[in-house]
Write a protein that binds this ligand. Sequence first.
Ligand code: TXA
Ligand code: MG
Length: 343
Amino acid sequence: METKYIDLKKEIEENKICEASNEIKNGNLVIFPTETVYGIGANALNDEACKNIFKAKGRAGDNPLIVHVNNLEMIKQIVEEPNDIEKNLINAFCPGPFTIILKAKDIIPKSVTAGLDTVGIRMPSNKVANKLIEYAGVPIAAPSANISGRPSGTNIEDIKNEFDGKVTVIIDSGMVDIGLESTVVRVINNKVRILRPGKITKEDIEKLGFKVEIDKNILGKYDGKEKVLSPGMKYRHYAPNTKCMMIYSKNTEKMIEKIREISESKNTLIICRDKNYDKYNVEYKIKMGNTLEEIAHNIFSILRKVDKYNVDLVIIEGMEKEGLGLALNNRLLRACEYNYLEI
Ligand code: TXA
Ligand code: MG
């Protein structure tokens, strides 16, 4: 199939979004931007179309898709009435980088829910995503636009490499804003359980007065024994082929010293904060930004590059586990396959 590219980098042309929405209506796949990462979308009410998402990504059939909506009416159409806590969360964080797991109605095909009785609902704030859903007139099921196991697609070059010829349309609106996927939550026994951390943090949810729990798989390694609440956590994710290691200390000098020590005896690539770049005397190093926001924005495209350096080890500077740092630790621990040192 020949993929059609729609360029909205300079201007958001609504007639072009309308054209892409027709492909959603026709049961085809469209890659589109959201504020978090790009999504690979299909009509969420069309079982066949959604099955094709799994094929294009090489995604395991037991890993459900989240469904994107652009208004509250659409939520009503696809899930049972939310309880008060769920309603509060929806009011506070939708539209935004937030996904809430709710009880699915039968209208949602089994391919989307992977046979669960729940479905993840997300209302993106990105204007192109919103218009796409509006013109399509149906909810859009969309996982992140990446081959399963790879870092989520945040820029068109990476996406083109993986999906050219596999989807009907790719909408290019440049680099995404946040760079990490949405926060996924589920309300269990009146507490808000974070299943996947993201830009909406534990602290943000606590401000609403709710008790928040962090699922133990977020920083821990899935042991294969218990049933996971979020199937995506079982899978290898984000990891480059080159071995990666994350090193962290609350004391920056100590962290730098340790990274220098390890990099002396090996052929390494160091991924570090801009401000620490000159402290490392190695041939290969990449700047990842200084703030947590900047690191989130850059990290997936950096992870996609590291295999090109042909080194023995990639060392990544670690970060605190609070705020957006929890989401970064969650993704980077997986990229490093839990090869982590905190001193
Ligand atoms: O920011 C995002 O959420 C992006 C953009 C495109 O919206 N989408 C995204 O989708 O990251 P995906 O499929 O790559 O990740 C969704 C995660 C997966 O880990 C999946 O297992 C989990 O949400 N999930 C989906 N439905 C679920 C359900 N009913 N119960 C528990 N977890 C669910
Ligand atoms: Mg994904």
